[in-house]
Design a protein around this ligand. Structure first.
Ligand SMILES: NC(=O)C1=CN([C@@H]2O[C@H](COP(=O)(O)OP(=O)(O)OC[C@H]3O[C@@H](n4cnc5c(N)ncnc54)[C@H](OP(=O)(O)O)[C@@H]3O)[C@@H](O)[C@H]2O)C=CC1
Ligand SMILES: O=C(O)C1=N[C@H](C(=O)O)C[C@H](O)C1
Length: 254
């Protein structure tokens, strides 16, 4: 029976992941990692750790990570160095970080998955955005999230921008507007303007606006509930033992 350590088990995503794994036949939560204790549905038998230094290798086979951008690189490095298969939803890893971790995984003969978004609507949005960019090189990304989100822009928005850049077959038009207020035109990610909205009531949403001569295309996805991420997490857990390299993107294992 695969044993799972949930890093960030006290957080918003960690709690959903705990419910998922508790109810997933054949899987067992044997450990949780978070700096502070909290009332959660972790099994009473699970080991609770407050820092990486406390973790006993062998306590689990799978390392499911929903922590914070400041901790994720050290967590995945630790997981790969100590025989865990990392399944990572935490954002904040740069492309260089991902490449470094993939090299470490290869050195250690380990597999795993890093997925900036486990929701099917977001995975499809990114795929469609890449396809559309071949015909509409001019695009802006607007992501909207709950006010507790620590990073901006979202990992999904960064990946979407990178995929739009990869899908373009011609250069976008240069913007002639000058910002009279700093930030008005958004952040430039690979030539795509990315705008981040943080508001109470929102969970996780993204819209890509493409503009062409006399026409526009808008693609939008909405995660109204964190349950939207759990089917992707479930697939990743079930395929964890088949992963032979550290894969980036849920679509690579579907
Ligand atoms: N890939 C995907 O589909 C999705 C990804 N995410 C990403 O997942 C991450 C978590 O999101 P969310 O649950 O909303 O965030 P929360 O802030 O609710 O939870 C963060 C968790 O990380 C823990 N934590 C904080 N510092 C550390 C550390 N140094 N080491 C280990 N654990 C730590 C917190 O514990 P404590 O309370 O003790 O500080 C808490 O349990 C974010 O990066 C978010 O962008 C979110 C949704 C979907
Ligand atoms: O923090 C969140 O909530 C989310 N984070 C991920 C991201 O940054 O892309 C995935 C989703 O947008 C929800």
């Amino acid at each position: 029976m695969p044993k799972v350590l949930i890093a960030g088990y006290t957080g918003a995503m960690g709690r959903y992941a705990t419910d998922l794994v508790n109810n997933l036949p054949g899987f067992e939560i044997t450990a949780g990692l978070a700096p502070h204790d909290a009332d959660t549905k972790m099994p009473a038998t699970a080991q609770i750790y407050h820092s990486l230094a406390e973790i006993e290798p062998g306590v689990a086979e799978i390392w499911l990570d929903f922590t914070v951008p400041s901790a994720v690189k050290a967590n995945v490095t630790f997981a790969l160095q100590h025989g865990f298969t990392p399944i990572v939803g935490t954002t904040g890893l740069t492309s260089a970080d991902v490449a470094e971790l993939q090299a470490l995984a290869e050195e250690n003969g380990q597999g795993g998955l890093i997925a900036p978004n486990f929701g099917m609507s977001a995975v499809l949005l990114m795929k469609f955005a890449k396809e559309a960019a071949a015909y509409f090189p001019d695009a802006d990304v607007i992501e909207m999230h709950h006010g507790d989100k620590k990073d901006a822009p979202s990992g999904t928005a960064l990946t979407t921008a990178q995929m739009i850049a990869a899908g373009r077959q011609s250069a976008p038009q240069p913007t002639v507007s000058e910002e009279s207020v700093s930030g008005a035109l958004g952040a430039n990610v690979d030539g795509v303007a990315v705008h981040a909205v943080r508001l109470p009531g929102y969970i996780a949403h993204e819209q890509v606006l493409f503009g062409g001569p006399g026409e526009a295309l808008t693609i939008r996805q909405d995660s109204f509930d964190r349950a939207s991420f759990m089917s992707g997490v479930k697939v990743a857990l079930q395929k964890a033992n088949q992963l032979t390299s550290l894969v980036f993107g849920l679509e690579e294992i579907l």
